[in-house]
Write a protein of this length. Structure first.
Length: 153
């Protein structure tokens, strides 16, 4: 499936995936890089807990900086992201966190999360002060509890 997706995306698209720490993660990463010969592949060692790694992605969702291509898979993705951290299977959380980090390599850790969180709270307060209320009331968006992801109903 990975090779098929890479082929469909084309050689101009960088491929990234999380690499578990330890020897098993190194071995798996080596196998995947070899399997994707001819493509630009970038394994990234994961460190820290999932909530911390998910913070920057969650922050960007809260201020509507994340756009999701409509597809049949959307509801499954939203279910996992909105259910995090309570669901047993959360590979999509790692994929979204890793994708944002690949696109913004300088955006690591809680510093970026805190700045975005403060900005989002400021924007929400300004909207409420103007009498606009919440976005959910105004245009039917839904925000997940931890994710804060915006999506149109």
């Amino acid at each position: 499936m990975l090779l098929n997706t890479a082929t469909q995306d084309g050689k101009r698209v960088r491929i990234g995936f999380g690499q578990d720490p330890g020897q098993a993660g190194k071995s798996q990463a080596l196998h995947l890089v070899r399997a994707l010969s001819g493509f630009t592949v970038q394994p990234a060692t994961e460190s820290g807990d999932k909530r911390t790694r998910f913070g920057p992605f969650s922050s960007q969702c809260r201020v509507a900086n994340v756009k999701i291509l409509r597809g049949l898979w959307n509801e499954d993705l939203f279910r996992v992201l909105e259910g995090f951290p309570d669901l047993a299977h959360d590979d999509e959380v790692d994929a979204c966190s890793g994708a944002l980090e690949m696109l913004n390599p300088d955006m690591k850790g809680w510093g970026a999360f805190e700045v975005a969180r403060q900005k989002a709270e400021q924007l929400l307060a300004e909207r409420k002060a103007r009498g606009g209320g919440s976005c959910a009331k105004a245009c039917g968006h839904f925000a997940g509890p931890l994710l804060g992801a915006w999506r149109h109903n």
